[in-house]
Design a binder for this molecule. Structure first.
Ligand SMILES: [Mg+2]
Length: 367
C-alpha cells in the first residue's frame, strides 16, 4: 500500500458555551485541522488536530506547511505500521509534534482499516467497555459553577474540573472549590485547574483555604519548581497538564512528587504512537491518567477513546468527550456520553469518518 495524496481542511469549532480560564484565556471558536491520507487501495485514513494557540505553542495554520515539508517522505510511503513512517518523518523534520499528531492518527486509522480491526485492539486490546468522563466547568461565579456541577452530576458525571483564576483573586478561587465540592457531595472527584495562571503564593493560599476538603490541584503555575512549592505547602494531590509533553517532563514531574495524576494530550506528545509510549511510562510511574487532547471534534475524540479503552482501567482516571463541547460534529454518529461514561467506536480503524459535505473542498492537496 502506498500513500498517494494528503488532503487538508480547516474547520471552525464553536464551543456550546464560551469557556473561561485563567489569565483572560477563553475558548470560543477555535479552528480544527482535518487531514485525509489517501492510498492506492482507495482507503483513506483520517486525522485531526485542534491546537489552542494561547494554550500551547501550536496553531492550526502550522499544520499545512509542516505536512508540505514532510510530503517527500510521505507520498509513496507505506502507511501501515505507523511508528516506522513516523520515525522517518521525525528524521526528516524534528519537532512540530502537534502537526504530526494528525498524521500519526491517520496512519493508525489506515492500519486498522487494513487489519479489519478497531484501534483499541491494535493498541493492545480492549480493557474496558466504557470509561469515566470529567466535566470541565468554565471559570465564572462560584454559584453558577456549582449549578453547572449539579446539573452534570444529575446526568451521571462523577468527576469535575473546576477552572480557576479568571477573576484574579485567590479568595474567589477558594470559594469556587468550596461551592463545587458542596454541590456534588462526598465521593465525586473535584480538582481545581489554573492552567498555569497562578503564582505559587496565590495557589498556596487557595490550597490552604480548602485543605480540609477532598480536592486535587491541577497545574497551578507554569514551572515545576513553583508547582512543587504549592504541593509542599498545601499537602494536596497534584495533577500535571501543560508541562507534561514528553518522557523527560513526565520523569521530572514524577521525581518532584507532582504526578498523582497527569493529562496525556495526544497532540502534545505527537499522536497515538507517542502518547502510547507516554502511557506506558505513566503506568510504571504510578500516575493516574487523563487521556485526552487539547481540543477537537469526533476524530480526536475517537482516537483518545481507543487509547483509553486499551489502557488498564484502574489507571485511567478519565477521558474527555471533546466533541461534546463543540459544534459542528465532524462525524455526527461519533460516540456520546451516557451517564458520565463513554465507549470507543466499534468500527475498524478509528471507527468514525468525517462528513464530507461538511468538509467541502480541501484547503490543501499534497500529491
Ligand atoms: Mg488542565
Amino acid at each position: 500500500m502506498k500513500i498517494t495524496r494528503i488532503r487538508l481542511w480547516h474547520v471552525p469549532l464553536t464551543s456550546h458555551a464560551a469557556y473561561y480560564m485563567s489569565d483572560g484565556k477563553t475558548c470560543d471558536t477555535v479552528e480544527t485541522v482535518v487531514i485525509g491520507v489517501d492510498t492506492d487501495t482507495g482507503l483513506t485514513g483520517w486525522g485531526e488536530v485542534c491546537p489552542i494557540p494561547h494554550y500551547l505553542p501550536a496553531y492550526a495554520r502550522g499544520v499545512a506547511p509542516t505536512l508540505a515539508e514532510l510530503a517527500p517522505v510521505l507520498i509513496g510511503a507505506d502507511p501501515v505500521g505507523p511508528e516506522a513512517l513516523m520515525a522517518q518523518a521525525d528524521r526528516w523534520l524534528q519537532g512540530h509534534v502537534y502537526a504530526k499528531s494528525a498524521l500519526d492518527m491517520a496512519l493508525w486509522d489506515l492500519t486498522g482499516q487494513v487489519a479489519g480491526l478497531p484501534l483499541y485492539t491494535l493498541l493492545g486490546g480492549r480493557r474496558s467497555a466504557d470509561m469515566p468522563l470529567y466535566h470541565s466547568i468554565t471559570c465564572i461565579a462560584p454559584d453558577d459553577m456549582a449549578r453547572i456541577a449539579r446539573e452534570a452530576l444529575n446526568q451521571g458525571m462523577t468527576q469535575f474540573q473546576v477552572k480557576l483564576g479568571a477573576s484574579g483573586d485567590w479568595q474567589t478561587d477558594a470559594e469556587r472549590l468550596r461551592a463545587v465540592r458542596a454541590a456534588v457531595g462526598d465521593g465525586p472527584l473535584v480538582y481545581g485547574d489554573w492552567n498555569c495562571g497562578a503564582t505559587s503564593l496565590d495557589a498556596t493560599r487557595v490550597g490552604r483555604a480548602v485543605e480540609h476538603l477532598d480536592v486535587m490541584l491541577e497545574q497551578p503555575c507554569p514551572t515545576f519548581e513553583e508547582c512543587a512549592r504549592v504541593r509542599a505547602a498545601t499537602g494536596l494531590p497534584m495533577k500535571m497538564d501543560e508541562l507534561a509533553q514528553d518522557t523527560a517532563s513526565l520523569l521530572q514531574a514524577h521525581q518532584m512528587g507532582l504526578m498523582d495524576a497527569v493529562a496525556l494530550k495526544l497532540s502534545k506528545f505527537g499522536g497515538l504512537s507517542a502518547t502510547r509510549r507516554a502511557r506506558d511510562l505513566c503506568l510504571h510511574l504510578g500516575a493516574k491518567m487523563c487521556i485526552e487532547d487539547t481540543w477537537g471534534s469526533d476524530l480526536t475524540t475517537a482516537a483518545l477513546l481507543h487509547l483509553g479503552a486499551a489502557t488498564e482501567p484502574g489507571r485511567v482516571m478519565n477521558v474527555c468527550d471533546l466533541s461534546g463541547y463543540v459544534g459542528p460534529r465532524l462525524a455526527p454518529d461519533g460516540p456520546v456520553r451516557k451517564a458520565g461514561r463513554i465507549a470507543p467506536p466499534e468500527g475498524v480503524g478509528l471507527g468514525v469518518s468525517p462528513d464530507l459535505d461538511l468538509l467541502g473542498t480541501p484547503d490543501l492537496i499534497l500529491d
